[in-house]
Design a protein around this ligand. Structure first.
Ligand SMILES: Nc1nc2c(ncn2[C@@H]2O[C@H](COP(=O)(O)OP(=O)(O)OP(=O)(O)O)[C@@H](O)[C@H]2O)c(=O)[nH]1
Ligand SMILES: [Mg+2]
Length: 197
């Protein structure tokens, strides 16, 4: 598949061309940042200021500048080629909002699991949910500075099978975030071809 087309493809898609994708992972791993960096429409955000009540509950270790958190979901859209549009739903990361994930998962065809390798265990809940549902996914390690672990170590720590793509990204960078989504679509395509064999 060739996705190396213009970033601003004219809108002539039907709903059947759209894929619903969720971006999930632990608290403060960069989900809202990724949806915002890659979206070609102004992303919908539901950010609220973090209050003193979250101190000691939500660890912002390594993301000290973080002052807001997603309380419902993020929404964005990206056109990958003249046929395919991805509708992106970023999940809230705080445990108290996890009940909203059920609605976000409805109708989704694939997922990006964002990981901060300094807090790798935070994504276990996301992986459990996806594996339980049988939803295909890729794991994207969002780089906060120089990574201390290799991608092979991330794969091992998360006990991922060889078929799950694991890649690096910088959620703040549009091209990097787009590369993650392209990888996910390729993975979905490969999985569906394998099922059709
Ligand atoms: N250095 C660096 N900072 C990042 C990167 N991605 C996100 N950030 C910062 O990390 C913080 C967390 O980003 P968010 O996008 O709000 O994280 P989130 O996963 O949506 O957080 P919740 O919705 O609250 O769970 C923000 O302050 C971002 O500016 C990155 O790739 N590198
Ligand atoms: Mg968020």
């Amino acid at each position: 598949m060739d996705f190396a087309t213009s970033d601003r493809v004219p809108l002539r898609h039907s709903a059947s061309d759209g894929l619903k994708i969720v971006v999930i992972g632990g608290f403060a791993v960069g989900k809202t940042t990724l949806v915002g960096s890659v979206s070609e429409i102004r992303p919908l955000n539901t950010e609220e200021t973090m209050t003193a009540a979250s101190v000691g509950v939500d660890s912002t270790a390594g993301v000290g500048g973080k002052t807001t958190t997603t309380v419902a979901f993020d929404f964005g859209r990206i056109t990958l080629d003249d046929r395919m549009v991805l509708y992106l739903f970023g999940a809230p990361g705080q445990e108290r909002f996890w009940f909203l994930w059920d609605q976000l998962f409805a109708g989704c065809l694939g997922a990006v699991v964002l990981v901060d390798s300094r807090r790798i265990t935070d994504c276990w809940y996301a992986l459990d949910r996806l594996e339980e549902q049988g939803t295909p996914f890729v794991v994207a390690r969002n780089n906060f500075g120089v990574p201390r672990h290799s991608l092979a170590q991330v794969r091992k720590a998360l006990d991922l099978s060889d078929e799950v793509p694991v890649l690096d990204c910088d959620a703040r960078d549009r091209e990097s975030s787009k590369a993650v989504l392209v990888r996910l679509v390729e993975h979905l395509h490969a999985m569906s071809s394998a099922r059709g064999r």
